[in-house]
Ligand binder design. Structure first.
Ligand SMILES: NC(=O)c1ccc[n+]([C@@H]2O[C@H](COP(=O)([O-])OP(=O)(O)OC[C@H]3O[C@@H](n4cnc5c(N)ncnc54)[C@H](O)[C@@H]3O)[C@@H](O)[C@H]2O)c1
Ligand SMILES: [Zn+2]
Length: 346
């Protein structure tokens, strides 16, 4: 094995990513080395590419980016006794500490010390990735690498969608990005009655309708949500809302479209502060839950179980490129017409 590898790096504090030759990471006693096969490009990676305010505040330069991956273990640290060379895997990209009250209580996803691969630490857009063995999630044989590479965002969708009981409920999802579309598939799988997904981008709505034919995709720039509610025959509105756009307009619309006592899980990240009509939320007795990342490792367990039991999100992958073609991948992301974009490192 050569001791250098190809990787995509934020090498300079400006727009873009650069394909570099980097040293293969050295692993510690509790780590594994993963030969990366496939990676997904995330909206976060696009922020880092664009070098927006958030990226400038958050990401050190130089840094190998990327956090959505699947691959195969090629080396195990001295103290790792439960993983073997050759094991296919994905993994949790949030590296937790061991000190906080939350972690000591077993709520790993709520650790305030969390550091992200590809954001704060060296990432997965590379031929090799060092990862603590604790973070590894083995992949069953029936889950292909390209699905393994999108388990991180599927995990966001699953974590959000399973925040509230969906069985027999009417569910509104705002934002038909890759995560919203996967959440729609999860909501159907979890037994929701009606699932409506909104967007203002026709390409995204068409993709949602294609990936999850049984959802109703609504272009809120053209159609009134209220008339959809009447059409569906739900007398008061939706029971549960999953906000996956980060748009203030979408949240306002969701609050209006919910039943009294409805519940909202918020995943979408608004670009800055935004005005919220709190009295409307209070008088409708709405429960709001902020959602960050995935539950470590309960979400991983659930999503793999659902994938093995009929959940199909494969249609959300719309573009596939070799790692060398990463610029085309980022261009597809920027076009706004893509679902998930997957890069092949094998
Ligand atoms: N909380 C977390 O841990 C976490 C993790 C991953 C992603 N996110 C956030 O989740 C959201 C979804 O991620 P994604 O990758 O699918 O994002 P995305 O940007 O691809 O999709 C968002 C979609 O919302 C649509 N939209 C914009 N205005 C709208 C409106 N008024 N009504 C309905 N839809 C509207 C956009 O057209 C777009 O298709 C993003 O805001 C992202 O930043 C949060
Ligand atoms: Zn991601």
């Amino acid at each position: 094995m050569s001791n250098t590898m190809k990787a995509l790096e934020k090498s300079k504090p400006e727009e873009g990513l650069w394909r570099i030759e980097a040293p293969v990471p050295e692993i510690g006693p509790d780590d594994v080395l993963i030969r990366v096969h496939k990676t997904g490009i995330c909206g976060t990676d696009l922020h880092i590419w664009n070098w927006d305010d958030w990226a400038q505040r958050t990401v050190p330069v130089p840094l190998i980016t990327g956090h959505e991956f699947a691959g195969e273990i090629v080396e195990v640290g001295r103290d790792v006794d439960d993983l073997e060379i050759g094991q296919r895997c994905s993994g949790e990209g949030h590296l937790i500490g061991h000190h906080s009250r939350q972690v000591r209580a077993g709520k790993f996803h709520l650790d305030p010390e969390t550091r992200g691969i590809g954001v704060n630490e060296q990432g997965a857009f590379a031929e090799y990735l060092r990862l603590p063995a604790f973070n590894v999630v083995p992949l069953p044989d029936d889950i292909p690498d390209e699905i393994g590479a999108i388990l991180d965002p599927l995990g966001n969708a699953v974590h959000t969608a399973l925040s509230f009981d969906l069985l027999g409920e009417d569910v509104l999802i705002t934002g038909a990005g890759p995560i919203g579309i996967m959440a729609a598939a999860v909501a159907r799988h979890a037994g929701a009655r009606h699932v409506v997904i909104t967007d203002i981008n026709p390409a995204r709505l068409a993709l949602a309708q294609h990936v999850v034919p049984s959802v109703r995709a609504v272009n809120v720039a053209e159609e009134e949500l209220q008339s959809v509610i009447s059409d569906l025959g739900t007398s008061q509105g939706f029971d549960v809302g999953l906000e996956m756009s980060g748009s203030q307009a979408a949240l306002d619309q969701m609050v209006e479209a919910l039943v009294m006592g409805g519940k909202i899980a918020l995943l979408g990240i608004p670009p800055g502060k935004s005005p919220v009509d709190w009295s409307r939320i209070v008088f409708k007795a709405i429960t709001l839950k902020g959602v960050y990342g995935r539950e470590i490792f309960e979400t991983w367990y659930k999503m793999i179980a659902m994938l093995q039991n009929g959940l199909d999100v494969s249609g959300v992958i719309t573009h596939r490129f070799s790692a060398a073609g990463f610029e085309k991948g980022f261009a597809a992301m920027k076009s706004g017409a893509s679902g998930k974009v997957v890069l092949d490192w094998s």
